[in-house]
Design a protein around this ligand. Structure first.
Ligand SMILES: Nc1ncnc2c1ncn2[C@@H]1O[C@H](COP(=O)(O)OP(=O)(O)OP(=O)(O)O)[C@@H](O)[C@H]1O
Ligand SMILES: [Mg+2]
Length: 341
């Protein structure tokens, strides 16, 4: 649906070149929610703005709906842009227009009749649950309500693609979740492909199917969200994941546990949804070994469980060894001999 083929975009002069996007190749499939995550300045907004040609690529191809966007005539480009809705961190609403007026605006531009506009706007107001705010001005709305207007306006001309530039970054956590579930509905109920960029792993974890990690203009890692969470390769990816999983012990707590340690301490890593089985208790019982869960962090992602537990095994050395060997056949175990950061 959206293909980037070795796309680069530079700003500035030859002597002072800023390589905002460097040799990016990506394929975003119809119907998916694709996320791009990266720190500030990674090139995310530039990448997104290339989709509807708000930025011209320096080199490479961008193909949307089988059309190479950087080869379209002005007329074709206008048509393509009406198939791509866009929402922003700062909402970008017209302050001089009401909620109704904001949503109606793209339809007016497209030459719809008053009656048809009215019908469509009311339908969209219902979809974003703002029927009672139709006559209000943006300054009288909360951030979450403003973004709902932004979404309704972006959907007005029934696009097939919605691109979102940090759509929840200006919102508190609760409102973020409300907007994310609205985006999930946009994807499901209207079958709209979503490409979003964010610097928050929580957003990726909540709604994305696939994700690309960007750093210094490049995509450094890409894949299914579950795979990225359970098998991250790059340090930046690991850091982003850590921000939502919180599975590290502090050094202070680690030291304290080591002092009080009675048995061997392991981190047990669950990757493939086996963490809901009572494998620990079953195995330990068989060998008369006690176990003590010191720290636990099991997460749900796309209806699968993964995470880790820090467990101390207490018992006769030989028996403990047996338990560990048996568990190692089912789950990944790492003995905690020194502090890992
Ligand atoms: N119009 C422009 N002119 C010059 N440099 C630009 C322009 N737009 C972006 N850049 C530069 O390109 C790089 C990537 O910027 P971009 O806005 O794409 O990053 P980002 O990942 O969206 O960051 P943020 O999370 O802060 O929004 C930065 O170094 C930025 O300064
Ligand atoms: Mg940006």
């Amino acid at each position: 649906m959206i293909t980037f083929e070795q796309v680069s975009k530079s700003f500035g002069t030859k002597e002072n070149e800023i390589k905002a996007v460097q040799d990016v190749s990506l394929e975003i499939n119809k119907g998916e929610i694709f996320g791009v995550i990266g720190f500030s300045g990674a090139g995310k907004s530039t990448l997104l703005r290339l989709v509807n040609l708000l930025e011209q690529p320096t080199s490479g191809k961008i193909i949307v709906n089988d059309q190479q966007v950087n080869q379209l005539s002005q007329k074709e480009l206008r048509k393509l842009r009406s198939r791509i809705g866009m929402i922003f961190q700062s909402f970008n609403l017209f302050s001089s227009r009401t909620v109704y007026g904001n949503i109606a605006y793209p339809l007016k531009l497209a030459g719809w009749t008053k009656n048809k506009i009215d019908e469509r706007v009311k339908e969209l107001l219902r979809f974003v649950a703002l029927e009672d705010k139709a006559d209000k001005y943006p300054e009288n709305l909360s951030g979450g309500q403003k973004q709902r207007v932004g979404i309704a306006r972006a959907l007005a001309t029934s696009p097939d693609i919605l691109i979102c530039d940090e759509a929840t970054s200006a919102l508190d956590p609760e409102t973020t979740d409300e907007i994310l579930s609205l985006l999930r509905r946009v994807n499901k109920e209207y079958s709209i492909t979503i490409m979003l960029i964010t610097h928050e792993m929580h957003v990726i974890k909540s709604i994305c199917n696939r994700v690309a990690v960007m750093e210094n203009g490049k995509v450094i890692e890409e894949g299914q969200v579950f795979d990225l969470f359970t098998k991250p390769q790059k340090k930046t990816t690991k850091n982003f994941i850590r921000s939502v999983l919180n599975d590290q012990l502090s050094y202070h707590l680690y030291e304290k546990l080591k002092k009080e340690q009675r048995g061997r301490m392991f981190r047990i890593i669950f990757k493939e949804g086996v963490s809901n089985e009572p494998i620990l208790s079953r195995t330990c019982k068989r060998y008369e070994v006690d176990f003590n869960i010191i720290y636990g962090n099991i997460n749900e992602l796309q209806e699968r469980l993964f995470g880790s537990l820090i467990v101390e095994f207490i018992g006769e050395e030989k028996e403990v060894q047996r338990v560990i060997e048996e568990l190692a056949e089912i789950v990944e175990l790492k003995e905690m001999i020194e502090y890992e950061s």
